[in-house]
Design a protein around this ligand. Structure first.
Ligand SMILES: *[C@@H]1O[C@H](CO)[C@@H](O)[C@H](O)[C@H]1NC(C)=O
Ligand SMILES: *[C@@H]1O[C@H](CO)[C@@H](O)[C@H](O)[C@H]1NC(C)=O
Ligand SMILES: *[C@@H]1O[C@H](CO)[C@@H](O)[C@H](O)[C@H]1NC(C)=O
Ligand SMILES: *[C@@H]1O[C@H](CO)[C@@H](O)[C@H](O)[C@H]1NC(C)=O
Ligand SMILES: *[C@@H]1O[C@H](CO)[C@@H](O)[C@H](O)[C@H]1NC(C)=O
Ligand SMILES: [Ca+2]
Length: 527
């Protein structure tokens, strides 16, 4: 068998009877038929499916081999980390193995030999799948817990990160945040990101080893101590904005910012006792399947929901082909106790044969045409089945018909194009002289000025004459004495008046001087 049925792996206190079946065969007065329910997979030990990355490069101890000691035994620095010796190596995978009785196995960092440069390490856990936490995250540190650390989470496979919780022996000093406890949160602040001092104190490295992200305490705000009233929690998860997402992650990152100090200040003369050592990271959760699956399996290196209700996708996040007569919806915990499956419906189930490719939730029967048609097609679609793009939009060739991005706006240049429609490849219809897919360019020998106009002059064919110069292909700037589009006309020839009294003066210079004189004279007369 290539995959593990994750269901078999673990039984957890939070795995309740509720929402564990997706459908059952029931007999009613109308005969037997399937009945469907909201359903979710059981919680599992998520560390079995994780990939881990430790940063920066070279932070894992043992390359080169290094000696270290402990806070309890600071002068016996005879322990050794050696990456090339399996008995003395401390690679990251030892944070996820199962601890047999006897000694703990752990990942260990280099020592703080570069003090006072900070000793920083990131441990990043990735599932390549959204998971919903159902119990506390518990990180076990050997040889003392960090005095400053931070937990971050990602909901988009590591593209963006958000703080999840801050940990410090002095929250004010480390993060300028007041220290709070999750137990003191209320129903309106259950998804607050806070700084806690509870897991950073020095109490001896053997006594207090764990750092927690308290999921149960947050659940208890709604479900009461011992989580007896899960119904109330499920109701809240449906109604309180952002609460479900708060417990959903695809990745987690522990940012270790300062190691255990043994309850005192840093002793520079013995830096071999400062380092991080993590023996276990327990993450308990279930695959997020949008209440459309009760099984989650590990296939080809990734967790995958076994989708029911005719949904599909890694998280059952869309409707199967041919089951898109209405938009996909997540299942709901409500109404209690079985919730709503919000199953995808087959084309042809609701109203004759009316598929809307997920762009409409409603069909309507048009009596005089005797057809059923989709109503209010969304995503810029139109048509009986929302199968066409609205005017001014064209079909996205890399999207399927049921994709939200199926129609792309034409974006025709308002001045350069005849109208705002385009052809199937997004080309607009251009006015004379304009070109380019959106008609925002001009053809050669045209210039752009609120539209494309044919060049009046240029440097090749339409040359300005008589020493005129071409201004931006739009007009010739003519020397005094010449006019016309290409300065081809002498003013004398064009207008006899310009030449009055200048008959005896030959050449253009004379004409210019005379023109100036005439202007001045006219000015005096007007005065
Ligand atoms: C740890 O990750 C954060 C981003 O979450 C990054 O800014 C930081 O540089 C990383 N630190 C190390 C030591 O890689
Ligand atoms: C993540 O999961 C998706 C969907 O199952 C898969 O196609 C992809 O190859 C996986 N990526 C990695 C890095 O495992
Ligand atoms: C899903 O489709 C199948 C037919 O392929 C049908 O038998 C089944 O009842 C459908 N399930 C739901 C929840 O609609
Ligand atoms: C076309 O559809 C694909 C698939 O959904 C999408 O990634 C892409 O952004 C769309 N293109 C445009 C221009 O919207
Ligand atoms: C759209 O118009 C452009 C430019 O006129 C043309 O090259 C393309 O073939 C046209 N596409 C279709 C599908 O007609
Ligand atoms: Ca271990």
């Amino acid at each position: 068998m290539l995959y593990l049925v994750a269901l078999l792996l673990h039984c957890l206190p939070l795995a309740m009877g509720q929402y564990d079946i997706c459908k059952s065969w029931v007999t009613t007065d109308d005969g037997p038929s399937w009945e469907f329910y909201a359903c979710q997979p059981k919680a599992m030990r998520m560390k079995d499916y994780v990939t881990v990355r430790v940063d920066p490069a070279g932070i894992t101890c043992g390359d080169p081999p290094e000696r270290f000691c402990t806070h309890e035994n600071p002068y016996l620095c005879s322990d050794e980390c050696d990456a090339s010796n399996p008995d003395l190596a401390h690679p990251p995978k030892l944070m996820f193995d199962s601890e047999d009785e006897g000694l703990a196995t752990y990942w260990q960092s280099v020592t703080w030999r570069r003090y006072p440069e900070p000793l920083l390490a990131n441990i990043t856990l990735s599932w390549n799948k959204s998971i919903e936490l159902t119990d506390d995250i518990v990180i076990t540190f050997e040889y003392g817990r960090p005095t400053i650390m931070m937990l971050e989470k990602s909901l988009d496979n590591g593209r963006t990160w958000h703080p999840y919780q801050y940990y410090a022996d002095d929250c004010m000093e480390a993060f300028s945040m007041p220290a709070r406890r999750v137990r003191d949160l209320s129903t309106t602040s259950a998804n607050r990101v806070l700084c806690t001092e509870e897991y950073s104190r020095w109490a001896g490295s053997k006594k207090e080893k764990t750092v927690r992200f308290e999921v149960r305490d947050r659940f208890a705000i709604f479900a009461g101590p011992d989580l007896k009233n899960m119904d109330n929690l499920y109701t809240r998860l449906e109604s309180a904005k952002g609460l479900k997402d708060f417990f959903t992650v695809t990745d987690l990152r522990m940012r270790l910012l300062r190691p255990a100090l043994g309850g005192t200040y840093v002793q520079r003369e013995n830096l071999y006792k400062y380092f991080y050592a993590v023996s276990n990271i327990e993450v308990t959760g279930r695959c997020k399947c949008n209440l459309h699956a009760n099984l989650c399996t590990f296939k080809e290196g990734s967790l995958q929901c076994e989708c029911e209700h005719n949904t599909t996708g890694q998280d059952c996040g869309k409707c199967k082909k041919n089951f898109r007569s209405r938009s996909w919806r997540a299942g709901s915990y409500l109404p209690l106790p079985n919730g709503s499956p919000n199953a995808c419906a087959a084309a042809g189930s609701a109203f004759g044969n009316c598929e809307c490719y997920g762009h409409s939730n409603r069909c309507s029967y048009i009596d005089f045409l005797n057809v059923v048609t989709c109503v209010s097609c969304k995503h810029n679609t139109r048509g009986q089945h929302c199968q066409h793009c609205r005017l001014g939009f064209y079909r996205n060739s890399s999207a399927e018909l049921d994709d939200e991005n199926v129609c792309i706006e034409c974006n025709c240049n308002q001045i350069g194009s005849m109208h705002d429609r385009c052809n199937e490849t997004g080309y607009c219809e251009c006015k004379e002289g304009a070109t380019g897919p959106k008609c925002d360019d001009c053809l050669p020998n045209y210039y752009w000025r609120q539209g494309c106009f044919p060049n009046v002059c240029d440097d090749e064919l339409l040359l300005c004459q008589n020493g005129g110069t071409c201004y931006q292909n739009q007009r010739c700037v003519c020397p005094v004495g010449f006019k016309g589009v290409l300065c081809q006309q002498s003013r004398c020839e064009a207008d006899k008046k310009d030449c009055d009294g200048a008959a005896s003066v030959h050449g253009s210079l004379g004409a210019v001087l005379l023109g100036v004189l005439a202007l001045q004279l006219r000015g005096w007369v007007d005065l």
